[in-house]
Ligand binder design. Sequence first.
Ligand SMILES: Cc1cc2nc3c(=O)[nH]c(=O)nc-3n(C[C@H](O)[C@H](O)[C@H](O)COP(=O)(O)OP(=O)(O)OC[C@H]3O[C@@H](n4cnc5c(N)ncnc54)[C@H](O)[C@@H]3O)c2cc1C
Length: 590
Amino acid sequence: MTTSRHVAPARSAGGRWTAAVRPPAVAAAIGVAVAAVVALLRTAQLPAGMGALDMTMSGAGVGVWVALSAVPAAVIGLLGPAGPATAVARGLVIGLLWWVSWNLTLLPLLIGVRPGWSSASVTVGFADLVATLLHGAVTGLGWSAVAARVVGVARGPDEDRADLPRVVVLGGGFAGVAVARRLERLARRRSRWDVTLVSDRNFLLFTPMLPEVAGGAVQAQHVGAALRAACPRTRVVLGRVDEVDLRQRVLRVGADEIPYDHLVLVLGTEPTFHGLPGIAEHCLTLKSLPDAARVRAHLLTQLERADLALDETERRRLLTCTVVGGGFAGVELLAELQDLTRSVLRYYPSLEATQLRFVLVHSGDRILPELGAKLAQFADERLRSRGLEIMLGTRVRGATKSALVLEDGTEIASGTMVWTAGNQPSEFVRSLATEHARNGAVVVDATLRAVGVERVWAAGDCAAVPAGEGKVHPPTAQHALRQGRTVADNLAAVIAGREPQPFRFTTIGMLAALGHRTGVAEIRGWRFSGVLAWAMWRVIYLAKLPGLEKRIRVALDWLVEIAFPRDLVLAQEVPDATGRLGPAPEPSSR
Ligand SMILES: Cc1cc2nc3c(=O)[nH]c(=O)nc-3n(C[C@H](O)[C@H](O)[C@H](O)COP(=O)(O)OP(=O)(O)OC[C@H]3O[C@@H](n4cnc5c(N)ncnc54)[C@H](O)[C@@H]3O)c2cc1C
């Protein structure tokens, strides 16, 4: 390995708290304290005749009022680090929401009055509005002032952590972020280790929402959480790992070398095409954010081309969308693409819904093999009833520029072809000098230590984690997340001279969204289907999305999507016939 630049970790997971690292509970506590002070000041100076707020003048009333106003103040803190302007803006927005929900709605109900917009209530309400907005703004300002003081006391120069064990986490997905965050938590009060996270993308991708990004229901950036925000006390290195020397304990990212004492491999998987001809060249995939954006752009471009196509056969080909793979990704994607197309079809008067064709090709005997047979059957029937074609027990031989070729030689002429039928650890992971399972995953013991190499751990999709009886844990986000936490706990144990513990976890449940406000779910043995399962999908995944801000953004996307057709705007270059991005095609070639 050639040496060019030695990267010494500069920030420690055991460092002191800074603005970005204050735990949400502390930020919220500051908000509550400020709220109490502001509320007391406000009630003390409340002009007489402010309607319902007069109750706050009594001793008990003040207490209740302080407790109630502490909630929005805590929210200001929970929303994350903010300067004075942002904190005031947050206070104003929360004040407005508070006024509508509490002063105008809940309070009248509590005192037996019908909530309404009569001139009297609006006049009184307006005074309340001004007072509540002021309260929100002052609380925000107070919060930021107190927070700034705490930060000022706690922020120190970057410390030299050369004396601490160096942990390098390779991969910024579910498992990688879980490792880093857990290590941050475990070292909250004192420096215990030095953590560096290396990833070739600067965000954690929330993959369960990728089909919705491809379908245009959710904006692409909203399903990613920036690594620096998710793990503020971890040193983040953006780059692709090229080489690891497991004996010298050093890895290379471009021109930089990063030494480690403990290495955590959490590099996930990438699509595999099983050597089938033409698949890599002509099929799109759904593994990354650019993939999802490309699928959406490609499908919308095919609609534009179909609109101009004079030949009926070509037009039908352009309007045919074929997805290979009947697992969660394939099923959810095809359903989303149908929703997208149906939603925007009104803008293409020359195209008809009957000309659209959606085909799912799956080698198994039923779709969604991860779910019980009954739910899979329900999903199958629902999708077929919406006109989707599902070909079970069907293998693919390859693909040409214009068609998917099945094993028996049948060709499905398609304008859009997406491959979701297989992932495996990257060539880089498979080439590492560790023990590998048949699919190339790093074999680990029950405590997630790589077998046969020292100080190397692995978790998530790139690891073969024993689940007993010769089985391994499935490659899902819920497993990756928990394996990441176990790796961190075990690292802490080993560094402290304790015994690492085995990873134990059984799948909590599985949910799939089938488009058209329907879904299927199996949670702790309970089965749900239809609109209830769809609502559960949305609530559960929204709650799991990292960061309150992203949750709000996705919720707003969903709200907009209910009222308006999906967006047609192509923010990137027009893809060519294979889906690759390039200059827009010449009109004559259409
Ligand atoms: C479309 C889709 C839908 C899914 N839906 C669900 C679902 O609903 N529920 C569920 O539980 N699971 C779901 N999954 C599976 C889930 O996404 C994975 O199990 C999970 O992401 C695995 O986490 P991980 O940390 O092991 O890998 P990943 O999340 O893939 O993270 C790997 C990270 O390593 C980085 N990386 C890779 N190679 C390098 C390199 N050489 N150098 C630097 N960085 C590198 C990658 O950029 C990435 O950040 C879905 C997957 C897909 C594709």
